[in-house]
Each structure stands twice: as C-alpha cells, then as structure tokens.
Design a protein. Structure first.
Length: 494
C-alpha cells in the first residue's frame, strides 16, 4: 500500500471514495507517524482514541454513500481552539488543566464535515511568539534539518509551530492555526508548507482563545495550495456567535485554481526591499516574479509607504489588546489558582506563576500604552498609523490585483538563537504584520531552499475577500517551484 502519510488531502479523499483504503487505516498511519516522530513535540494533547472513533464513523458514511466534505481526513488542531471535552491550554501553565465544555466554531465546522482530530498542537504561549519556544509544554522541533549542521535542531516558527511541524512531518494531513501578525505564514515558510490567513472576519473567532481580538484570524496549513483551499472552505463562514464574523458567501476556493494568471497584475512593493536583506531572500523573490511573468502576469512596481511603521504599530496594538483579554485569568473563575492573603495577592501570585516571561512582557507593555497619560501618545497614534497602512493597500490595489513579497526575512534559525533579544525575534514578522494590520488575506507558499538547505517561502497578499485570486496565483508559483516537501512533491504541469 502507498505510504498514506504522503498523500495530499485531495488524493486521500479520492482514495477513500474509491475504497482504496479506509479512514481507519489512514488515521492509524498518521497516529503511527506521530509516535515515530514524537521527539518533535508537536502535540500538547494527542487524542488517538478519539481519532479512531471519528475515523470509524467516517468509514460507516463511506459505506453508506453519505460521506461528507472532509470525511476521514486526519488533522491537527492548534491548542488555541476550544474542543468540547478535550484539554485546551493555549500553551500556558495557567490553563494546564482546562477542559472546555463547548466547541469552537472552527472545529465544529470541521467535525460537521467529518474530519478526524489527531490532537491539540503545540504553540507559543497564548500565541505570543515567532519560534514556538515560549510554550509551557516545551518547544517544538522543526522536522527540517540544515545540510550544514544536521545535528542542530531548528525552530518551526510561531506561534502555530506545532501545527506547521505536524503537517511538514507527515503527522497530520492538514492543521488549523491562528494568525495575529504572521503566526500561520511564518511557520509555514520555516517548515516548507502552505499556510493561509484569510481576510479578517472570514472565519469565526468564537471559542478561540483570544490574544489580540482585532487581529486574530483562524486559518489553515497543508502541504499543497489545493489542500489549503479545501480546508479553508470548511472552516470559513458567518457565525452569529462572533460579532466580527462577516456575513458573506463562502466560495469554492479550490475551483479558483485554474493555472491561468494571464493579465493578472502582480504588485512588488519597493518598501519590502530592505537594507541588509539576505541575497537568497531577494533571489527567491525575483524568481517568484519571473515565474508569474512567464505565465502571462504583469509585474507592477507599487509603494506601501507606511510599511516601516507597521511593526511598531503592531507591537502597541497587539499587547494592548492582550493585556485586556488576559485579565480574565485571575485564579477565580477557571484555570490555575495560587492562593494569597486577599484577592489582590491571589491575582498576583496566580498570574506570576501561570504566565511565562513573554506573556508577562506583552501584558506589561499593553498595560503601559493603555495607561493614563500614554493612551493618546501610543495607542491612539498606533491606531491612526493602522488606518494609514490600510489606505496604502487600498491605493496599491488600484494598480495591481495581488502583491508578492517574501514571507520571512530568513529561513528557520536554531532553537535558542535570538531568545535573549526580543526585538530581533519580533523582526521575524516584518513582512507579515502589515497584512494583518490591514485585515487582508495572505498565503505563504514554499518556493526554495536557503544555502543551508532550509525552506524559504513567498507571500501573496490579496484584496479583502479575494482569497480566490490568492489561490489561483499561489498554485502557479507552487507548480513553477516544484518544491519537494518532506512528504509530497509538487509536479510541474507540462
């Protein structure tokens, strides 16, 4: 039998329909792969029994001819999505033993479509990080190895590093993630897979543990563009439980993948050509433009003049919202409780013991910029900059249909590197943050390797609600790159 962990989702659905194998066999293959590669630490909570029970239900539906859109497909679920009866921790000690009694809207949609949940994937604590090294449950290891230093372990990126590593390693066929400032796209780039952040409001945030409410957006990881389109269709849609969820029809994203980009205008923002950019990043960016031009697209120079302020604005807005959202973790209602002499000391001891250093850093930053005397100087000014950044994109789209940039300023770096320098760590999001601030859709596609043999990704940024153009364009890059993931090779179409 074919190695079932190397199939794409599209091929697996065909195989299941044709009864070439069962959902139980497909699920067991991935459970076995998780055991073989457990050193990567991709799961905080593995759920093999639940997965096999769901797979058995899928098999029954295939036998009766009532199979659903994702029946039998084994997925990893980022441990930020609440799952009814299954521990949900957000990668934090303060929620170490929290078991929700309700299901997030995103995971409910996946359940309704018949998918199989292999477990809850590891992440930076409360999604705060770019390396997946801030989790209370230990760091995740990138399954890729450097050709120069094969004994060195590399970060998978963050915050959704567990999901990205699980997909790259063949442990899961796809996975959910959340993207606040790049937490899907950057780990997708580091792990050599596809990662999609849809337009803000495309997917419900209900039941997703909040970091920064005006920025957080659910998305997906997969090994191919087509697979990511299939997954996104399942999790997208309006939800009355979420006031930021927009009431719009959900297209069949996969049907947009036509291979035809003739006449499409591809914007290249001059502000992303930064001083000190590694030559290999510039080269892969140039290649991406050449691939699209060869297929009939037009390359257009554009300007996003306020890009240089995006990172600073993000690291005011996001911590401010985090400091508000995380105030609910007080040791009284749920989660960790450390008793003190009086309520104030209980709050202090609980949060001191329950939150990690990076979370504390962002809470303190957020509390500072929201405090009296600094609110106008920092928070309000950052919101004004956010509007200017959004206006830049609106103006740019008068000249182009989609924007092409690098996903990250480098490939993956060794575990432990940059951890003593928070600012250097924050710079990993320099190419992804503007998209999040503007609420636009973005996708990262693996496009090549750096000089150490580690993956590099290209990012496409689309107009609001135009994920279809993103998928169409990303598919052309994917086929031109012929990138070989650790499990699946994309074949160039003749």
């Amino acid at each position: 039998m074919t190695d079932l962990t190397k199939l794409t989702i599209a091929d697996a659905l065909t195989g299941l329909t044709n009864k070439d194998f069962t959902a139980t066999e497909l699920t067991q293959a991935h459970i076995d792969q998780a055991e073989v590669k457990k050193n990567l630490n991709v799961f905080i909570t593995a759920t093999p029994e639940k997965a096999l029970a769901q797979a058995s239900d899928s098999d029954a539906r295939y036998q009766s001819g009532t199979a659903k859109a994702l029946d039998g497909i084994p997925l990893g679920i980022k441990d930020l999505f609440c799952t009814n009866g299954t521990r949900t921790t957000a990668g934090s000690k303060i929620l170490e033993n929290f078991i929700p009694q309700y299901e997030s809207s995103v995971t409910q949609k996946l359940v309704d479509d018949g998918s199989v949940f292999l477990g809850k994937t590891n992440l930076d604590e409360f999604a705060m990080g770019s390396s997946n090294t801030t989790s209370f449950f230990g760091n995740v290891i990138n399954p890729w190895k450097s050709t120069a230093n094969p004994s060195v372990d590399y970060v998978p990126g963050g915050s959704s590093g567990g999901s990205a590593a699980a997909v790259a390693a063949g442990i899961a066929m796809g996975a959910t993630g959340t993207d606040t400032g790049g937490s899907i796209r950057q780990p997708a780039s580091f792990c050599g897979i596809v990662g999609v952040k849809p337009t803000y409001g495309r997917c419900s945030r209900f039941g997703t543990i909040a970091f920064a409410s005006s920025l957080d957006q659910a998305g997906v990881f997969a090994r191919t563009v087509e697979d990511s389109a299939i997954l996104l269709r399942s999790i997208a849609g309006h939800d009355v439980k979420d006031s930021t969820s927009v009431k719009m029809d959900v297209p069949d994203f996969a049907s947009a993948i036509t291979g035809d980009v003739k006449g499409l205008r591809i914007g290249i923002p001059k502000e992303y050509r930064m001083d000190g950019m590694p030559e290999e990043i510039q080269n892969i960016w140039n290649k991406g433009a050449e691939w699209l031009k060869a297929e009939g697209a037009e390359i257009v120079d554009i300007s996003l003049p306020h890009t240089k302020y995006a990172l600073a604005a993000y690291y005011i807005i996001a911590p401010a919202e985090a400091s508000s959202n995380l105030s609910r973790y007080d040791g009284v209602r749920y989660g960790l409780r450390v008793d003190g002499d009086g309520i104030d000391e209980t709050y202090s001891k609980t949060r001191g013991a329950g939150f990690g250093d990076e979370v504390k850093r962002r809470i303190m930053t957020g509390a500072y910029v929201l405090s009296a005397g600094y609110y106008d100087a920092y928070y309000i000014k950052a919101q004004k900059v956010r509007r200017l950044i959004r206006d830049d994109f609106t103006k740019a789209y008068e000249k182009c249909d989609v924007i092409l940039t690098p996903t990250a300023p480098s490939g993956a770096f060794p575990i432990g590197e940059n951890e003593d320098d928070p600012i250097k760590m924050y710079l990993n999001d320099i190419f992804t943050v503007p998209t999040s601030i503007a609420g636009l859709p973005g996708i990262s596609i693996p496009a090549g390797l750096d000089k150490s043999g580690l993956p590099l990704g290209l990012q496409l940024i689309g107009k609001a609600w135009d994920e279809e153009t993103l998928f169409k364009t990303a598919d052309v890059i994917e086929k031109a790159a012929c990138f070989e993931t650790l499990g699946t090779t994309i074949k160039k179409v003749a």
